[in-house]
Design a protein around this ligand. Structure first.
Ligand SMILES: *Cc1c(COP(=O)(O)O)cnc(C)c1O
Length: 398
């Protein structure tokens, strides 16, 4: 175990690891387990009296030494009280949201949220919970939207499709003053580059499927909570039957050990490719808060210590979705597919305007989301250049 005096880089190496409890081996075994056997009924009674304590889990669904090591590691990295592992990132999101709302409540969700998050929040209407979307750049003005029935405000910064950076401390301060819980999706930055709990958030959400695991070989989520938020989220996960697969938590725990070095390469390659791509004919803009010309750059510099490998490529508005699709189809190194955070470069055409509130998405041209993996960046440039060259010529400057 590491402490506050260590940096994130050091904590990534040791967090959640307790070799003395496993004969000196640093990595925990993969516990595939359902039944927990008790010595006697007295021990059984102690274990069942307070399942939240989790010193001895009651049953495999409530956690194993492997899942608890992963939860402890991510909680330590985020500076949280406890983590709750779930079967997917979306499950961490739905579990956390359901922990705080009941019929009659109102929730505010950023208009830049990951689309399945949006679909889940829309479905809350069936439970009598009203979802209202707000523009991601709202900052402290969120206060004007808070009603007496507002229970939570949901943030995702930067938005994982459109990359708007949110003013996390301004929003969390306004919410805290009004007793409103804040949830932040931190999948893009990971705790290596951004720590929303330190900026006043109550719960941080991760799709551990992405950078934390890092090899495109598992689906996993985690909600990291303050001490005040933790009991509600843990209890909801238990009620819903949420748990994480043994191999997935093991893969994520292993991924954490190399997260810093992987992110360094993702960041360097993505920055180089984004800068280069912004100057190519047919490209209208590159969306990445790490670029000085990006509208989110100042907030990103203030609140983040780095950028990951995911950015947006907006084509000239005289092109349509057909040209974006044709470009994606021509690429040979960039795989066409969802997700990100693995070693391989990926591209996916997106149409954010179809889901957004009118006026909150500034983009005009067709959008491709690019994830930069570990191929040689010069090979990636050549692949993208070949794809762009094959677009139909445009008549002069835009
Ligand atoms: C992928 C993703 C999710 C969902 O995670 P899964 O593990 O795929 O369920 C949530 N939020 C963001 C920002 C994501 O990129």
């Amino acid at each position: 175990m590491t402490g506050e005096r260590h940096t994130t880089r050091t904590r990534l190496v040791h967090a959640g690891s307790d070799p003395r409890t496993q004969r000196g081996y640093p990595n925990p075994p993969v516990h595939r387990a359902s039944t927990v056997l008790y010595r006697d009924t007295a021990e059984m009674a102690v274990s069942q009296a307070d399942p939240l304590k989790r010193e001895m889990p009651v049953y495999g669904r409530f956690g194993t030494p492997t899942s608890m090591a992963f939860e402890a590691a991510v909680a330590e990295l985020e500076g949280g009280h406890g983590g709750v592992a779930t079967c997917s990132g979306l499950a961490a999101i739905s579990t956390a949201v359901l922990s705080f709302v009941r019929a009659g409540d109102h929730v505010l969700v950023t208009d830049s949220a990951y689309l399945p998050t949006r679909r889940f929040c829309d479905s809350l209407a069936a439970l009598g919970v009203e979802t209202e979307y707000y523009p991601p750049g709202i900052g402290a003005d969120i206060a004007a939207l808070v009603r007496p029935t507002t229970r939570l405000v949901y943030l995702e910064s930067p938005g994982s499709t459109t990359f708007e950076v949110q003013d996390v401390p301004a929003i969390t301060a306004a919410c805290r003053a009004r007793g409103v819980t804040t949830l932040v999706d931190n999948t893009w930055a990971t705790p290596v580059y951004h720590r929303p709990l330190q900026l006043g958030a109550d719960v941080v959400l991760h799709s551990a499927t992405k950078y934390l695991t890092g090899h495109a070989d598992s689906i996993l989520g985690v909600a990291v909570c303050t001490a005040a938020a933790y009991p509600a989220v843990r209890a909801t996960a238990m009620r819903l039957g949420q748990c994480a697969g043994a191999d997935d938590v093991y893969a994520a725990l292993r991924g954490l050990r190399t997260l810093d070095v992987r992110l360094e390469r993702h960041q360097a390659q993505a920055l180089e490719l984004a800068r280069w791509a912004g100057k190519q004919p047919g490209v209208a803009a590159v969306l990445s808060p790490a670029l000085p010309e990006d509208p989110g750059h100042d907030l990103w510099r203030r609140d983040f210590t780095g950028a990951s490998g995911l950015f947006g490529l907006e084509l000239d508005p005289r092109y349509g979705p057909e040209e974006a699709d044709a470009l994606a189809d021509r690429l040979t190194l960039f795989g066409l597919g969802h997700s990100y955070g693995g070693y391989e470069s990926l591209v996916v055409p997106c149409e954010p305007a179809q889901h957004r509130l009118p006026g909150t998405w500034r983009g005009r041209g067709p959008l491709l989301r690019v994830h930069v993996g570990f191929e040689d960046v010069e090979d990636l440039k050549r692949d993208l250049a070949d794809g762009l060259r094959a677009l139909p010529p445009l008549p002069g400057p835009a």
